[in-house]
Ligand binder design. Structure first.
Ligand SMILES: [Zn+2]
Length: 241
């Protein structure tokens, strides 16, 4: 059984044919962490997972993109109320690419840290998005000794050593490129995961969880079947499958 560690099945791109997407996952032997990002997406993600509980688990979080639009306390209360139903806190993090103002970044930091605290309190993995704030995020996770912190869509070989030293796991997306090859060649066994980030990151088309097999296949090609198998096992253990 392969695990897609990060997908957004509540996205409107899946509204019309989610049953077919799920059927394709079953056929391919893929399960997935259905990931929210804000109050509405979190609600929808929980409802979708409840329809397919054998194949989906939920991650709830307030993303850095939404941290400036939504009320943090309301989001924390929602996550707390549903903590017993979820397998991770996510996606959370810092994104300085679209947010240039210091006050916006400060709001992201506040939301991020509050949710890292929540992950610790409930002993859950934290699934982290970071763009143009990678060094700050890794330093913070190292300082906190955050357990089971997953850097999602990780494609920065130059930060791999720092991420490993900080105790993080890295999750590789369905993007064919040199950075991914380098990371697969160098990453420690048992510290790497695979994801699709559906509906994003698939050759200009809609992505879906079944495509995560492509990432495991690349791992197998570069490091062998045992290594790829260990990546799936790591994900099953981490998210409780
Ligand atoms: Zn995502």
């Amino acid at each position: 059984m392969l695990v897609d560690c990060h997908a957004h099945l509540e996205h409107r791109d899946f509204e019309r044919d989610l049953d077919a997407v799920i059927a394709h996952m079953r056929k391919t032997g893929v399960v997935c962490v259905n990931t929210g990002a804000n109050l509405e997406a979190n609600r929808k993600a929980l409802a979708i997972t409840a329809k397919y509980p054998d194949i989906l688990k939920t991650a709830l979080g307030l993303s850095p993109h939404d941290a400036n639009r939504e009320n943090l306390e309301e989001n924390l209360a929602f996550i707390r109320k549903n903590a017993g139903k979820i397998c991770a806190i996510g996606e959370i993090g810092l994104d300085f690419h679209y947010f240039k103002k210091e006050e916006e970044r400060e709001k992201q930091r506040t939301a991020f840290i509050a949710q890292l605290d929540l992950a610790e309190e409930f002993d859950l993995p934290a699934v982290i998005h970071t763009r143009e704030a990678e060094a700050e995020v890794i330093a913070l996770l190292a300082e906190r000794k955050q357990k089971n912190a997953v850097l999602h869509c990780f494609l920065q070989p130059q930060l791999l050593d720092a991420a490993m030293k900080a105790g993080c796991l890295v999750s590789l997306p369905t993007l064919k490129n040199k950075a991914r090859v380098t990371i697969i060649e160098r990453v420690q066994d048992g510290r790497v995961l695979c994801e699709t980030d559906s509906p994003y990151l698939w050759r200009g088309e809609r992505n879906e969880p079944a495509n995560v097999a492509e990432v495991y296949g690349e791992m197998e090609r570069i490091r062998g079947a045992a290594f790829a198998g260990k990546a799936a096992e790591t994900a099953r253990n981490l998210f409780g499958w």
